[in-house]
Design a protein around this ligand. Sequence first.
Ligand code: SF4
Length: 410
Amino acid sequence: MPRNFDIPKFYRSPIISVIKTARMAADPRKKDLVPSLLDFGPVKVWIARNFGFCFGVENAVEIAYRAISEHPDRRLFMLSEMIHNPQVNNDLRRRGMQFLRSSTGDQLISFDTLTPEDIVVIPAFGTTLEIKEDLKDRGVDVRTYDTTCPFVKKVWRRSEQIGDKNYTVIIHGKRLHEESRASFSHASKHAPVIVIRDTDDAEDLGKVIRGEKDRAYFYERFAECYSDGFDPDRDLERIGVVNQTTMLVTETLAVTDILRNAVYERYQEDGHFVDTSDTLCYATHENQEAARVMLEQPLDLALVVGGYNSSNTSQIVSLCGTVVPTYFIRGADEIGLNRIHHYDYPVMEVRTAVDWIPTHRPVSIAITSGASCPDMIVDDVIRKVVAFFEDTASFADALAPYEAVSVPVG
Ligand code: SF4
């Protein structure tokens, strides 16, 4: 039975809640990944089967708001952005939460200003052992409001286990992402560690493993991506792969295959590669698979809603972008009838597209969001998009198929 978190009501949504409740009642194991259709006549909105707040984000939101309500008289700090969603972080700021560090690791407020009376919330990505120790040394409580996702901790535990068995930990992730930095820190207490970004990195590391490239190549090619004292001749004999939980799951599996094959070709025997696929995050997998199935529909375009710096959202943008014109937006404010402001990923620039809605009717639009995006923001996007069309069906009519199968929970 999924746990129900106590998160602010304004993050829930009238439209998406009806659909999610109905789909969950009809298919609690989420076997059916066909998207939900809201048919407004001139515009058809396809909504991914799985998207939005995951277990780890709901857990973090619940804890952060609890910290605020439990300590109205204390100074409240987030170690960094709690999750990568601007609306959520801005709401926390409005309620008095201050941010100690940026999501790229810049110090915004010196730790020297902290006292043991201050409340510090650790974000869902977790943090490094070094930062935790620093805070503890200052008398700051780092346990009560630690929102580190259990699935991230699972990656850490598995890294420790394989490290203790003399395997090197290879993290498929973005070296500077907070979660990868945290996982790197935890794993490197138990094992040599290297972070690789993609299958190109995996291919090149495979060349080192097979002996086709030497140690000088390794140190140059993977500069600043390996732990202190890493010796490619010694530390690539026994390896295991874990990931930053928001990477493309299919890419993690491809990276894993490349490296598994490389060690097998080099050593021609088992025992040099450990399977860690049990650490892949369920939510990332579900959301990406749901996006893939959604893309099988006849679509004109896709809208993916989430923070520009959200890793899991950008993976979904990449997926959609290979199939249909895709716009990565933070919310309804970015869309107008004739123009749309969107984030061009992976170029990482905000752009404006004009005449983004096709002139034919009906127009078929796919909508999904990242794991850190409140459903209410998706609701607002749907309402705004539908308002651009004339002679549309009412929301009550479009939602009728889901109201009909909705079963009250509890
Ligand atoms: S995406 Fe997965 S690992 Fe990340 S917060 Fe959500 S449940 Fe946790």
